[in-house]
Design a protein around this ligand. Structure first.
Ligand code: PPS
Length: 291
């Protein structure tokens, strides 16, 4: 049941992938925060890359109008997976980062309401299904071909980034410690423009109607799939199995229904449903559900 040490290590109760180190992640609580910093925080497969693209489009005119060709992963790098060994202290401000860290392992400065955090969550059945497919695609993740087994691992939090429930409930229950905007994948899917405006408002960026239109247009699933700055297609072959998927796979709400059996759905609900009810989020399980 334990995840293989070949793929993850545990630091303070949280599973990290081995493309970072224990030495490095243990320094992150002391990572110096600037007031202008903006973080996107998520549990994996909840809409991180999507939010990265939206944030980059909002903040960078050169991204919006196509005059700059910088990939999102360079503009909004992963805090805990600094695979290119970049010197984040020298980044121009405002700095932007993505992270899968739980609330209790992020840089301390964030907890004093320095910087801003955009936290995106997604209904956990779609997260799990997306994660299942993703672990075939990423060679750095442990592949568990049997979906039933993957589900048990996911429900037990024995995967990279540990328990979905702990992650989401941790961030929500400590919201008051942070300067934080909560969004859900499903609300972005239902009304992308409103989500873009919420982010603009949160980071204090005023865009014209046309600029907002341009952000929304370039952040749709179809357009992101075609955009090498946004779709992570340039990851090296030793990290991804390009014939086995992509970062932008389906981009829908309710894909879990295509893979989970009735019995699996019942099992999932048995483990998580009561706990999910305690979260201040109204989950959307199907695109036709009311918000
Ligand atoms: S990761 O690996 O943790 O960074 O993954 P993450 O980016 O959080 O989540 C990947 C899922 O988000 C979907 N995605 C989108 N959906 C809708 N619209 C847009 N523009 C978009 N961009 C990314 C992506 O397809 C993954 O979900 P699935 O269900 O696997 O398709």
């Amino acid at each position: 049941m334990e995840p293989s040490k070949e793929f993850v290590f545990n630091y303070k109760g949280f599973y990290f992938g081995v493309n970072t180190t224990l030495e490095y992640v243990s320094t992150l609580e002391d990572f110096e925060i600037k007031d202008s910093d903006i973080f996107i925080a998520t549990y994996p497969k909840s809409g991180t890359v999507w939010t990265q693209n939206i944030l980059s489009l909002i903040m960078n005119e050169g991204h919006r109008n196509g005059t700059e060709n910088v990939e999102n992963m360079d503009r909004i790098p992963w805090l805990e997976y600094n695979v290119k060994d970049m010197d984040y202290t020298k980044f121009p401000t405002p700095r932007t980062f993505a992270t899968h860290l739980p609330y209790y392992l992020v840089p301390r400065g964030l907890r004093n309401k320095r910087g801003r955090i955009i936290y995106v969550s997604r209904n956990p059945k779609d997260v799990m299904v997306s994660y299942y497919h993703f672990s075939k695609y990423m060679t750095t993740l442990e592949e568990i071909p049997d979906f039933n087994l993957f589900m048990e691992r996911f429900l037990a939090g024995k995967v990279l980034a540990s328990s979905w429930l702990d992650h989401v409930s941790g961030w929500y229950s400590h919201a008051e410690d942070f300067n934080i905007l909560f969004l859900t994948y499903e609300e972005m899917k239902k009304d992308l423009r409103s989500a873009v405006l919420k982010i603009c408002n949160f980071i204090g960026k005023k865009l014209s109607e046309e600029e907002v239109d341009s952000v929304v247009r370039q952040a749709t699933f179809e357009n992101m799939r075609k955009d090498p700055r946004a779709n992570y297609e340039n990851l090296p072959d030793d990290i991804v199995a390009k014939d086995k998927g992509s970062f932008l796979r389906k981009g829908t709400v309710g894909d879990w229904k295509n893979i989970m059996t009735v019995a699996q759905n019942e099992r999932f609900d048995e483990v998580l449903k009561d706990k999910i009810k305690t979260l201040p989020i109204k989950f959307i399980w199907d695109i036709n559900d009311e918000m």
